[in-house]
Design a protein around this ligand. Structure first.
Ligand SMILES: Cc1ncc(COP(=O)(O)O)c(C=O)c1O
Length: 389
């Protein structure tokens, strides 16, 4: 592929940092000092008190919904995006909640705040908002209204590291936030994810949920002491507070994360410059260019037709294939999640049609790789290929 979705996301310097670690006699490879250091450095960068490093963004979603389940064992509704990744919906279902979908705002691709507010009922337990493709999906009105109604905001920032809202990094605004470090994302620990929060109770619970629900994984002495006192007949090393998971990462991931974090701000800057160059050049009579750019930290170039045009889509795909342009149709996660087989029988038949903005992206939207290694001349060439269709 001449224009892949990602190139050189893991650099020599990241690998060298791993090799340095491996040169030690008997190096620790399971999670240890580097994981703890990465969590602390990430918290500092993001502007939150606590972060827990896990093995994927999907695991971050899963543990976050497991936290919600601890608060609401009886279940309830979670307002969920139809345009996101499968794990944003799967984690809701896996924890016994009902996903209630809200259509997207075409300028951010995140759920439209007005749609979110219109879906709130007395059963709403949380709004699980994904910042899609690097755009800031928040508005002040949404934040204020959720606060007023006492509804927790959970942010999925897996595609939007470094995006900001009013100068504050997204992922530091809601109750809990999730990140992914999979290969094509802003930074990569091979596989990896993070759960972030300012809530000390959530922090202790996520630490336990990450490691089999084990109480000794809490780093709060009072939490451990309370369980030990309540269960004197149990070996303190083996008290399982929750029926949970093993979603730990490793020292290798921690070392790579620490190495990559050093250049994350630079990565965000370069991705944004590329996006602006791309939007300045693509044909704005055919493609949407009116995205909300303020605070954005682009994940990938979004090429979304202004109007439905099946013939143009076919020509565009053919041209991109023959020109070596890798692309994903439907933007984030393959388009409208509500169309997916795993939701059959869970949502009413034909429910996907009630989300026209998401449906438009499903059929007439694409994403194309944007990454720091992409040169200006390549962005220009890419735009020329697209505009030639
Ligand atoms: C919005 C969103 N959430 C969650 C995930 C899952 O992350 P991972 O691939 O690390 O499991 C992704 C993955 O791309 C994503 O885009």
């Amino acid at each position: 592929m001449k224009f892949p979705l990602m190139r050189n996301n893991i650099l020599r310097e990241d690998l060298d940092a791993v090799i340095e670690h491996l040169k030690q006699d008997d190096p620790i490879l399971t999670h240890g000092a580097n994981v703890r250091a990465f969590e602390a450095e990430w918290s500092e960068w993001l502007g939150v008190k606590y972060s827990v490093f896990v093995n994927s963004g999907a695991s971050a979603n899963l543990l976050t919904m497991a936290i919600l389940k601890i608060r609401y064992p009886e279940g309830g509704e979670v307002i969920t995006p139809p345009l996101a990744w499968v794990s944003d919906v799967a984690s809701v279902l896996q924890n016994g909640f009902t996903p209630v979908f809200a259509d997207i705002d075409p300028t951010t691709l995140a759920m439209d705040p007005a749609q979110i507010l219109s879906k709130i009922t007395d059963k709403t337990r949380a709004v699980f908002l994904t910042h899609v493709q690097g755009f800031d999906g928040l508005t002040d009105e949404l934040i204020d209204e959720l606060q007023r109604r006492n509804i927790p905001l959970i942010e999925d920032v897996c595609e939007s590291h470094g995006a900001t809202h009013n100068g504050k990094r997204v992922g530091s605004i809601g109750w809990i936030s999730n990140f992914s470090y999979y290969y094509a994302h802003h930074m990569s620990t091979i596989e990896g994810g993070m759960v972030c929060t300012n809530d000390p109770d959530v922090y202790q619970q996520v630490r336990m949920l990450r490691s089999h629900g084990m109480v000794r994984e809490s780093n709060d002495e009072n939490v451990r002491a309370a369980y030990i006192a309540e269960y004197p007949e149990l070996n303190p090393d083996f008290i399982f507070a929750y029926p949970a998971y093993n979603t730990r990462n490793t020292e290798i991931g921690g070392i790579m994360g620490r190495s990559q974090l050093k250049r994350l701000d630079q990565i965000v800057k370069r991705r944004t410059e590329n996006l602006i160059r791309f939007l300045d050049q693509i044909d704005s009579s055919k493609y949407r260019t009116d995205f909300k750019l303020e605070g954005s930290s682009n994940y990938a170039f979004n090429l979304i037709l202004k109007e439905p045009d099946d013939a143009l889509v076919e020509r565009l795909m053919q041209k991109m294939r023959e020109s070596g342009v890798e692309f994903r149709r439907g933007s984030a996660g393959g388009g409208n999640q509500i169309r997916q087989p795993y939701l059959k029988g869970i949502v009413p038949t034909g429910h996907h049609l009630e989300f026209p903005e998401t449906e438009h992206v499903h059929f007439y939207g694409f994403y194309i790789g944007n990454f720091p290694d992409l040169k200006n001349e390549e962005v220009d060439e890419l735009c020329a290929i697209i505009n030639s269709v």
